[in-house]
Design a protein around this ligand. Structure first.
Ligand SMILES: *Cc1c(COP(=O)(O)O)cnc(C)c1O
Length: 345
């Protein structure tokens, strides 16, 4: 039996339709720019994010790294959130590989960076200072509970950066979840920023890949950086074929995942000992905390759930993150609530 895997939406397997499209995909050498399926994916991604051009990359991490290295030189500074994926979960790549300095400012509970904090972080002209070159935002904000950031907020933050000659990059790993939750288009949310990445391989179910989008000139630079990082792939059309279905079809069904996240949260809220750590989910992530009365650790509870065929992600000894996706149906939600109830009783 397939486990009910709520650890992340990265665990999603490709759909049967994707597997068929992958088998049939027209391919070519993408480093030569000759893979028609990759070219089609990049064009569609650019159109859907409202940018001139797109670049298919193997992962979201490489998409963000490529973006930062395309915007910044060694010793330049990027302003980002203390809870941002790029700061916390990308192995320090921007510093290790790009020599890019980071200025971290606190994320607010709603995933935003306070506008006054951004203003205060921007360096003045002084030879002692690194040059503030880039502002990075994240939408949805993963560690802040999968919260969507409004286009209005993004516009205000980007305006400050642009006034100071800085560029803005949006880590939109789950940009389409944000757009769905807010009832706007991905292009609306990305309009104020200079570059944006989103993942095909999370809630959109493709097996591999992200797309970085921006102006034609920016993507031209990014194409060289991707090659430098070893991310130039050859007959990548077999992967892009799944990505096309991800964009054309899977973006249309994300509300189902959000509805199930709410259903899961409502159910788990009734289990004694469980608290919704970051409120009712707005997208596909449910963050849970154990109340002080619970003697078991989150790791121990996760072990018990595993015996029932349910995989959840303990974040530490007292917290979990559960993520809904294409392969989680209504019965899986019910079973998960029952299993938590049994494990805690
Ligand atoms: C998953 C994720 C990434 C990176 O994606 P990978 O494909 O796992 O490298 C970047 N940003 C955020 C917010 C993410 O959740």
């Amino acid at each position: 039996m397939q486990p009910i895997d709520l650890r992340s939406d990265t665990v999603t397997h490709p759909t049967p339709e994707m597997r068929e499209a992958m088998a049939r995909a027209a391919v070519g050498d993408d480093v030569y720019g000759e893979d028609p399926t990759v070219n089609a994916l990049e064009a569609l991604a650019a159109e859907m994010t409202g940018k001139e051009a797109g670049l298919f990359v193997p992962s979201g991490t490489m998409g963000n790294l490529t973006a930062v290295l395309s915007h910044c030189g060694r010793g330049d500074e990027v302003i980002l959130g203390t809870q941002s994926h790029t700061f916390l979960h990308e192995a320090g790549g921007i510093s290790a590989l790009g020599g890019v300095h980071s200025c971290q400012i606190p994320n607010q509970p709603d995933g935003t960076l306070a506008l006054e904090d951004i203003r205060a972080a921007i360096r003045t002209e002084d030879i002692h200072h690194p040059v503030s070159r880039l502002l990075c935002l994240e939408n949805t904000h993963n560690d802040c509970g999968g919260v969507p950031l409004s286009g209005e907020y993004t516009r205000s933050a980007a305006e400050i950066a642009h006034q100071h000659g800085m560029a803005v990059h949006l880590d939109g790993a789950r940009l389409f979840n944000a757009a769905t939750a807010l009832g706007v288009s991905a292009a609306d949310l990305a309009a104020p920023v200079d570059s944006v990445t989103f993942c095909l391989s999370k809630g959109l179910c493709a097996p591999v890949g992200s797309v970085l989008c921006g102006s034609g000139a920016f993507i031209g630079r990014a194409r060289r950086i991707r090659k430098q990082l070893g991310g130039g792939m050859r007959q990548a059309g077999v992967l892009a074929a799944a990505g096309l279905i991800a964009l054309e079809k899977m973006t249309l069904r994300l509300e189902e995942d959000h509805r199930r996240a709410r259903l899961l949260a409502e159910g788990l809220q009734t289990v004694p000992g469980l608290l919704l750590d970051k409120g009712m989910p707005l997208t596909n992530m449910v963050y849970l905390a154990l109340s002080e009365a619970v003697p078991l650790s989150a790791f121990r509870i996760a072990d018990r759930l595993r015996e029932d065929g349910i995989l959840v992600g303990p974040r530490d000894a007292r917290h979990f993150r559960l993520v809904t996706h294409y392969w989680i149906d209504d019965p899986a939600v019910e079973k998960t609530v029952s299993a938590f109830r049994a494990a805690l009783s």
